[in-house]
Design a protein around this ligand. Structure first.
Ligand SMILES: *Cc1c(COP(=O)(O)O)cnc(C)c1O
Ligand SMILES: [Zn+2]
Length: 392
């Protein structure tokens, strides 16, 4: 494919290595021609590489991300008020959807002779980038905010990257890494290579449901990278004639940090930075989202919306996923389930809608301070103790 990137907004095109932002200030993505694109007939290409023909990658590195399960969650239908499907991106190699974009970014870096990759992250992307860099034998520079929890740093360190804890504004840090003049190739949240990889989650969802089609996709949004990727993917599938109708795209933020939802509520044309409060959804706490305006456009273009939910509803959604769907996600991922519930009660989502929510990140990586409910018993009392809970 032609390594050209284009601005979604003003349509200006550039050579891929020149830049990551358009002169108009908006983010770029790969220029693709979906005409003639088909569902891959190769059953056995590992993971997301079944779509490798649509990606700027010749030699994939690392453990293949993707082909994650899409499951019906009928025991949650009543809670969310629609027919619910879960796309479990927590089953990717490092526990989040970030692996898809990372795998493309790191593979591209390796095949173009780079020795260093880098990223700016609250945790998941740092973990993912460090892991794929390790598998490709590349050095990795990781910039995290000072308040990144130590358990996340420990996970990241296992892959032996160079970690920098940075004091100062996250939005500025993000923007500055994209224009640094060093040998490090940055694969940040919304850079073109990452967006290219992350499109594959939407290809998979639509292919897994085919010939049925979902009415809506609901996902958490922070930088807007994944939201942009899903938008691009569904428009490509429509253009290729592989789907009849583009699903409505709904994006969900934490109420304490919701710049994109605020712009949507206030009917603004562009997303402006906000001053954020604390939230348990730390992986999506970006008060100055680099692809915020692009995500806003994606929601409007598809007839969706951008909303935000308070932390207590996120906790409740997390608990429902654990006790009714048998899986655990991090708070930043549970916001989307809380969001589906909101969208049903506000009438955006109807009772007979088929809705897919993307579980973006695993809850099995860290503790969230919940009460630990166990009983301590004597071995001699085994039967009596068990009987007291079983009832007979
Ligand atoms: C990164 C991340 C998001 C947000 O994705 P963006 O592409 O930055 O909008 C959502 N959930 C989890 C678990 C993440 O790690
Ligand atoms: Zn532009």
């Amino acid at each position: 494919m032609t390594p050209q990137v284009r601005c979604y907004d003003c349509a200006e095109a550039y050579e891929i290595d020149d830049r990551k932002r358009c002169t108009c200030g908006e983010p770029l993505w790969f220029d693709t021609n979906p005409i003639g694109m088909g569902w891959p007939d190769d059953e056995w290409t590992a993971g997301m590489w079944r779509y490798v023909d649509t990606l700027p990658v010749s030699d994939p590195v690392g453990i293949p991300p993707g082909t994650t399960p899409l499951v019906r969650a009928d025991r949650l239908d009543e809670y969310v008020g629609c027919t619910l499907y879960l796309k479990n991106e927590a089953q990717n190699p490092t526990g989040s959807f970030k692996d898809r974009g990372t795998a493309v970014g790191v593979s591209y870096a390796a095949q173009t002779g780079h020795e260093w990759v880098g990223t700016v992250s609250h945790g998941n992307m740092a973990l993912s980038t460090s892991a794929y860099a390790a598998s490709a034998g590349l050095e990795c520079a990781v910039f995290v905010p000072v308040d990144t929890p130590p358990e996340r740093l420990e996970l990241i360190n296992r892959h032996d990257p160079h970690v920098f804890r940075v004091k100062g504004d996250y939005g500025r840090l993000y923007a500055e890494t994209l224009i640094l003049e060093t040998d490090v190739m940055f694969v940040n949240s919304d850079t073109p290579l990452r967006v290219a990889g992350q499109k594959t989650v939407a290809y998979e969802i639509l292919e897994q449901l085919h010939p049925a089609e979902p009415d809506a996709l609901v996902l958490p949004v922070s930088s807007g990278g994944q939201a942009s990727a899903v938008w691009k993917a569904v428009r490509e599938l429509e253009c290729a004639g592989l789907i009849d109708d583009v699903p409505r795209l709904y994006f969900v933020q934490a109420a304490a940090c919701d710049p994109i939802a605020m712009a949507y509520r206030e009917d603004k044309a562009v997303v402006m930075p906000v001053s954020a409060d604390e939230t348990i959804a730390i992986s999506i706490a970006n008060s100055d989202p680099p692809s915020g305006t692009r995500a806003l456009e994606a929601a409007r273009d598809t007839g969706g919306a951008v909303i935000s939910v308070p932390d207590d509803e996120t906790r409740d959604a997390m608990a429902h996923l654990s006790t009714k769907a048998g899986t655990s996600v991090e708070p930043s991922s549970a916001v989307s389930l809380a969001g589906v519930r909101h969208l049903s009660s506000s009438g955006h989502i109807k009772a007979d809608d088929d809705v897919v929510t993307i579980l973006t990140g695993s809850g099995y990586k860290e503790r969230y301070g919940a009460e630990i409910n166990v009983r301590s018993i004597d071995l001699d009392d085994l039967e009596q103790e068990l009987r007291s809970v079983v009832g007979r």
